[in-house]
Write a protein that binds this ligand. Structure first.
Ligand SMILES: Cc1ncc(COP(=O)(O)O)c(C=O)c1O
Length: 392
């Protein structure tokens, strides 16, 4: 049988996944510092949080491709919480941010077109682009005490087939927000060439440090077609509820053209359920408490990470401004994969290696800041202990 090249030719688990499966099968309980599912991280969700999903109005089906206006209004209010003004008419609802990407690739790209993606960043971009028949082309991020965009690498990555440029704001896993200066430069490159900018702001509520430079706001710009993505999966820690959104900004005619095309694509699938749309305003209101707990968790874990690493001079926690991750630079005593396997087999600690996110060189570990504080501290101690006797 011949399958599409949109899916990889081999789907075998890698050495780390095999080791995790073997340890779990043997009953070993792991300290999982890759956990990115908030519903498994000891966050207290009110037991009746989902009661608004049973609104009786959900018994009748009157689909609106871009979403119910009351829900789009609630999303506009949610943007306003972050001082972003978008009209409800500029918002399209999706089942998730991942689906938002897929819809945008469909309306912006032809098969074989290219989308510029940051490196290092979220590994799913490879699959998200490939599943829609487009190619992801990396541009580089650079660390110099804080992360910024290597703008010449954006220029080098451009081709006549470039249709969109993605920023993750704040980025997963580097935790930097896109600065106003970087966004100005990206808009100057993309706007005149008809390249859209997609800003994934799923982690925007999780500020870890005050801004060291003014931050860029895509939704305010009219010099480039912009799509600002968000969703309940991170904003109130409910990935299973399946609601995301796209805020469309830019010149009046670009916004109209994009919304008309998104409407057609959304109408083809109508994937956002009526109950979730009706429940969203109440979920967003009550979910604020879940968000506060997650904010507290990630800030505490980052603080304990910085504190613990300060007594391990060979290890450095890279500066993070937002998100759910810490990046730890460790001495290269072995390949990252071997380090991961040793951490698993000798300490029962699971952490992501930098190569998973396409860091340009070794050795980095990416630690989720979501686990309970005691779990996070225990795993971190095992990692740092390995480098205690290495001198910086
Ligand atoms: C940067 C980024 N965007 C999007 C997503 C997925 O969000 P959703 O659950 O809304 O598809 C994730 C999930 O971890 C993510 O890290």
């Amino acid at each position: 049988m011949t399958f599409s090249t949109r899916v990889p030719p081999t789907l075998q688990p890698n050495a780390v996944s095999r080791a995790v499966a073997a340890l779990r099968a043997a009953g070993t309980s792991l300290i999982d510092l890759t956990e990115s599912n908030p519903t498994r991280a000891g966050i207290l969700y009110p037991p009746d949080l989902l009661s608004s999903l049973s609104d009786a109005r959900g018994l009748s089906y009157r689909p609106d491709p871009l979403g119910l206006m009351e829900t789009r209004t609630a999303v506009a209010t949610d943007f306003a919480r972050r001082a972003i003004t978008l009209r409800p008419e500029q918002i399209a609802l999706t089942a998730s941010t991942s689906e938002a990407y897929s819809l945008l690739f469909k309306v912006l790209c032809d098969p074989g077109d290219e989308v510029l993606v940051p490196q290092p960043s979220y590994p799913l971009f490879e699959h998200l682009t490939r599943l829609d028949g487009v190619s992801s082309v990396p541009y580089l991020l650079e660390y110099h005490g804080r992360w910024s965009i290597d703008l010449p690498s954006v220029q080098r990555a451009l081709t006549p087939r470039t249709r969109a440029l993605l920023v993750v704001n704040p980025n997963n896993p580097t935790g930097h927000f896109v600065s106003a200066a970087d966004l100005d430069a990206l808009a100057a490159v993309c706007g005149p060439r008809g390249i859209a900018v997609i800003s994934d702001e799923v982690f925007a509520d999780y500020e870890l440090a005050p801004a060291s430079e003014p931050r860029g706001v895509l939704a305010y710009r009219d010099d480039v077609l912009g799509f600002t993505l968000g969703g309940l999966s991170k904003s109130i820690g409910l990935p299973q509820v399946k609601l995301g959104w796209i805020g469309v900004s830019g010149s009046r005619s670009d916004v109209r053209g994009a919304l008309e095309r998104l409407e057609l694509a959304c109408d083809t699938y109508l994937s956002v359920s009526t109950p979730v749309q009706l429940a969203a305003p109440e979920l967003m209101r009550r979910g604020a408490d879940v968000r506060r707990q997650i904010q507290q968790r990630v800030r505490r874990n980052l603080a304990s990470c910085v504190d613990a690493a300060s007594s391990s001079p060979a290890c450095t926690v890279l500066h993070a401004e937002g998100g759910w991750y810490a990046v730890l630079r460790v001495p290269t005593l072995m390949a990252e994969e071997e380090l991961m396997l040793r951490l698993l087999q000798e300490d029962a600690v699971l952490a992501h290696a930098g190569y998973f996110f396409d860091f340009p060189r070794e050795s980095y570990l990416v630690l989720s800041l979501l686990p309970r504080e005691e779990t996070f501290a225990a795993g971190l101690t095992c990692i740092l202990d390995r480098f205690r006797d290495v001198h910086a």
